[in-house]
Design a protein around this ligand. Structure first.
Ligand code: NAI
Length: 208
């Protein structure tokens, strides 16, 4: 795809994907942009504009074919293929992420969980044993690791990210409380739940 799609549109696509997945589960075969807009609480014109970025997928008077649109958005998001993920930092958050089965439904398979604390060595989280960080180079060599989730203290985040890149991992899902934006040759998604909470706090304050 040559056309540059704005990040704002890309950020909305997972929501379309989720709603279309629910429609599929409910056996809905096609839906008009108006009906989709009512369900999703966005305007029909926003939906048409967003989906026009990718060629539209809709037909005048017919609406959208749910399975086709779901599949196409899945292709655009790259979730129709499996991405192998490792988790670095097997504390509360790392174990919660590794224990969550539903990421696999959208193409993310957690295949390894690493920590530096020897007391955690061998502890099972779902079907994965926690491994020590010194086992990481061999693990990456022998497995097709695409993404690393960083769920460790922020002081160790950058050095760990650099190490991962040197070992050949090129995508980082960063939960440590530091924005890792200045590392070359890697795609980074920084996730801060507190940002979302502050947004909620702002909206509560505005409502009062
Ligand atoms: P935790 O203390 O339970 O777990 C951290 C784990 O990282 C520990 O098991 C520790 O041994 C391990 N660790 C430390 N250095 C390491 C290294 N170099 N390599 C591998 N493992 C290492 O902490 P928790 O609650 O799981 O939080 C983890 C991180 O995520 C913290 O930085 C926390 O601030 C952050 N966090 C971020 C959120 C977000 O929305 N972005 C939400 C919750 C926590």
């Amino acid at each position: 795809m040559d056309k540059q799609i704005s990040q704002a549109v890309i950020r909305r696509l997972p929501r379309y994907y989720r709603y279309l997945g629910e429609l599929l589960d409910d056996g809905v075969e096609r839906i008009s942009s108006n009906d989709l807009s009512k369900r999703m609480h966005v305007t029909a014109s926003q939906i048409r504009q967003d989906l026009n970025n990718f060629g539209g997928f809709g037909q005048q008077g017919y609406g959208y074919n749910v399975a086709y649109l779901h599949d196409e958005i899945g292709n655009i998001l790259g979730v129709n293929e499996t991405h192998n993920v490792i988790v670095i930092g097997a504390g509360n958050l790392g174990q919660a992420i590794a224990g969550y089965v539903k990421f696999e439904r959208v193409g993310f398979k957690i295949i390894g969980l690493f920590d530096t604390n020897p007391e955690l060595k061998g502890k099972m989280v779902r079907d994965l044993p926690i491994q020590m960080l010194d086992e990481l180079p061999d693990f990456i060599k022998n497995n097709d690791v695409e993404i690393a989730a960083l769920t460790l203290p922020k002081a160790n985040a950058k050095s760990t990210a650099l190490k991962l890149v040197s070992l050949g991992v090129h995508a980082i899902w960063n939960f440590a409380h530091v924005d890792l934006d200045d590392i070359p040759d890697v795609v980074i998604e920084n996730v801060h739940l507190s940002d979302s909470l502050m947004q909620l706090s702002y909206n509560i304050t505005k409502q009062k």
